[in-house]
Design a protein around this ligand. Structure first.
Ligand SMILES: [Mn+2]
Length: 380
């Protein structure tokens, strides 16, 4: 049995006010090519198809188109669960009809212990258990078990129920959306619990041959055969160093797991740049990827008027701008550099920077008159 594991598409996401639908379309087109090339027996999506409970129409259209390509045209079964960003009810519309067409949306907790049985081209039969994301009280109510108070105890109870359905010699895969202890976080994940830990322990998954996880956006393994495929795109600047990928998993009749990460490329990368404005603008002229989404740290001293607008002349998609005033440059501290510079000179430099002209006699006089009052106020 060969299946493709992906998660955290977050369709409809805004990144610093930029609508990412075109970027997601680009990445999904590549995902479709990967599926066509490798012809897996199933595609597993471990939650957060959408970024919001009520996604924008473009996001729904992209989901519709992608799902029809995989399950319709390519006739490859798709198994998915809602994550904490999805509305289980909305994502699960018509799920009982769609399973006849190879689209298995496990959106109801009551269906979590009913495995989806699929047979691979190699004849290996696998039970896929989908666990839709749920808050601990929902699990407590479903199981009528007052000992369930957090995500960890809810996961333990749900996995226990699934294990009761294991058949001898059967291979079992769990699909879940959770924060496993020890996993590395990114800035683009929404915490699963307010004021609590929200984590689950990897040993809750014992007995499963593979656990296809969603939630954490960096691809990573967190337990024996418990894996985060990672998100479709970099959704924060904390993910600059990530290589986004999907996992191609092969599960043998004996339960041996072989996994390959297949990298996904992006229409625009998410990067950090640092330097002085003029240097960065000079570099932008020869930067083939000047359309990337950028976080820029400017290290210039002094004021820069309209720094963002100036930067965007070279790099149109600067999304975040930060100023860093270096304490020590050229072996000389700023304070030392400034020492001996009078208030009037500082003001003159500022006016020159902002207006591109020297301060007039009159302006200097107004400034000189205002300084003693400001000094007195500061001392008071
Ligand atoms: Mn997510």
């Amino acid at each position: 049995m060969k299946f493709l594991h992906t998660a955290d598409w977050h369709l409809g996401r805004l990144f610093h006010q930029v609508q990412l639908t075109d970027d997601q379309d680009f990445a999904l087109a590549e995902l479709l090519r990967i599926i066509e090339t490798h012809r897996p027996d199933a595609v597993v999506i471990a939650g957060d198809v959408y970024d919001r409970a009520v996604p924008p129409p473009e996001a729904v259209e992209l989901w519709d188109r992608t799902l029809c390509r995989i399950a319709g045209e390519m006739e490859i079964p798709v198994i998915l669960i809602p994550g904490n960003h999805d509305s289980a009810t909305r994502l699960g519309v018509a799920s009982e009809l769609l399973c006849d067409r190879g689209v298995h949306i496990v959106s109801k907790l009551t269906r979590a212990d009913v495995p989806i049985m699929l047979r691979g081209a190699d004849g290996v039969e696998v039970a896929f258990f989908g666990l839709p994301y749920a808050e601990p009280p929902q699990v407590r109510e479903l199981l009528n078990d007052s000992s369930i108070g957090d995500h960890d105890s809810a996961m333990r109870a749900m996995c226990d129920r699934m294990r009761e359905k294991f058949r001898p010699g059967q291979r079992n895969v769990l699909i879940a959306h959770a924060f496993v202890v020890g996993g590395r976080e990114s800035e683009s994940e929404r915490p699963l619990s307010v004021g609590g830990v929200g984590t689950v322990r990897a040993e809750r998954f014992h007995g499963f041959d593979y656990v296809a996880l969603g939630h954490l956006h960096s691809p990573q393994q967190v337990g024996e055969n418990a894996v985060y495929s990672g998100s479709l795109l970099k959704y924060s600047f904390s993910e600059c160093e990530d290589t986004k990928s999907v996992s191609l998993v092969e599960l043998s009749a004996q339960g041996e797991v072989t996994r390959r990460e297949i990298p996904l490329s992006a229409r625009r990368d998410v990067r950090r740049l640092e330097g002085e404005l003029q240097d960065l603008l000079a570099r932008s002229a020869i930067d083939l990827h000047r359309d990337d989404y950028l976080h820029v740290t400017l290290t210039d001293d002094g004021a820069i008027l309209n720094a963002m607008a100036k930067l965007r002349e070279g790099y149109p998609n600067v999304l975040n701008l930060e100023r860093r005033f270096l304490e020590c440059r050229d072996g000389e501290s700023r304070a030392a550099k400034r020492r001996g510079t009078s208030d009037a000179d500082l003001f003159g430099n500022f006016v020159r920077e902002v207006l591109n002209a020297d301060a007039s006699e009159q302006e200097l006089a107004v400034f000189a008159a205002a300084v003693p009052a400001a000094d007195a106020e500061e001392r008071a």
